[in-house]
Design a protein around this ligand. Structure first.
Ligand SMILES: [Zn+2]
Length: 367
């Protein structure tokens, strides 16, 4: 009897401990959020990478269709290879994920499917103004796809989604620092040729390893040709990089820019030049750009008068969505829903989508 009791007690302790751990893990691991409190708000998103937004099931379907190797053909198993759940100590996890993503972009038809599904996922969260960025030289390089054909696919998905979901959608072409100046020149020239459909160029990728000076000329060429410019800067680099970025590139917006918080000179420059920051809280935590999510400077930047916006960066890789970023802004960082609505307005004002197109959705959904 006694033995049984002890056994029962042990079993209870073990199972409780197990379910508590599972609960914690579940909370951390299932960060996508469809809580109506956030889901029902009409939203804007202006910093999201197409390449980091491929559904796991789609990766599996494409691999089967195109006979590609994958570490697993089951969603739960493959998720372990294509999603980052915990704060990264090394870049290895995310590099494996992106290698699989790149290998999944096998044809213009697949590009169309990926874009369409991203729009479906955005519509499900009530995102009404949506700018999506992609790196043609990275995304279409793995299977040597024709950039123009892929753009046609992206435009088909855009037209269909705008009609079906009543959204305003725009595209930004990324040039990655790690792919070198030649790639930057090629991407800028391509974007200029397609400026009717490409709103802006974005200089992305690690700032520490590749000197900005190499990219000034092509980026300014894009600017002079009428394209808008946004630069990934101040993500894992100090405020001085944000200052240099502003002085070198005269960007319209900055991706991340969160480390501007460390130097009032950077803050003043952002305000003086009226530069909007595209902030991605959960991404900054997972990549260790901030040590804890609680110390993310989104609200501090807002309180100082910097125009900040809230975005999800790579929602599939980072297992997040815009609702989750709103939840973090509100519940973890203490922004009021009114302040979050101001972030929406900031994104609308700073959006590169043509005035008449963005105004249409703004007037209809945000008033
Ligand atoms: Zn980004």
């Amino acid at each position: 009897m006694q033995v049984d009791d002890t056994e029962d007690e042990m079993l209870w302790i073990t199972s409780t401990a197990f379910s508590f751990t599972a609960h914690l893990r579940g909370t951390i691991r299932r960060m996508k959020n469809f809580d109506p409190k956030y889901n029902d708000i009409p939203k804007t998103e202006i910093h999201i990478h197409l390449e980091g937004s491929i559904r796991t099931q789609t990766i599996i379907d494409v691999a089967k269709e195109y006979d590609l190797d994958l570490p697993a053909f089951d969603v739960n198993e493959l998720d372990k290879h294509v999603k980052v759940y915990d704060q990264m100590s090394s870049l290895q996890a995310v590099l494996e994920a992106f290698a699989i993503f790149q290998n999944s972009v096998t044809s213009p038809d697949v590009v169309e499917r990926i874009a369409w599904e991203l729009f479906e996922d955005a519509a499900r969260q009530n995102i009404k103004l949506f700018e999506v960025r992609f790196s043609p030289d990275w995304a279409f390089h793995g299977h040597n796809l024709d950039w123009d054909k892929c753009l046609e696919s992206l435009l088909r998905a855009k037209v269909r989604a705008e009609a079906e979901f009543d959204m305003a959608i725009g595209y930004i072409a990324i040039t990655s620092r790690s792919m070198g100046v030649e790639s930057c020149v090629k991407t800028v020239d391509w974007a200029i040729r397609h400026r009717e459909h490409i709103l802006a160029v974005d200089l992305a990728d690690g700032e520490l390893l590749y000197p900005a000076s190499d990219f000034v000329k092509p980026i300014l060429k894009a600017k002079n040709a009428g394209l808008k410019v946004t630069i990934h800067s101040g993500e894992d680099t100090p405020a001085s990089y944000v200052i240099d970025t502003i002085n070198n590139f005269k960007p319209d917006r900055i991706g991340h820019g969160i480390h501007a918080i460390e130097d009032m000179k950077a803050i003043e420059l952002l305000i003086e030049k009226d530069i909007t920051l595209e902030v991605n809280p959960w991404s900054n935590y997972l990549t260790s750009a901030v040590k804890t999510i609680e110390e993310h400077p989104l609200k501090k930047l807002f309180d100082l008068g910097v125009k900040v916006t809230i975005n999800s960066d790579d929602p599939e890789v980072l297992e997040t969505n815009l609702n989750n970023e709103y939840r973090i802004a509100h519940e973890v960082l203490g922004m009021s829903m009114d302040e979050i609505a101001i972030c929406n307005r900031n994104a609308y004002k700073a959006s590169f989508i043509r005035e008449e197109e963005k105004k249409k959705v703004w007037d209809k959904y945000f008033h």
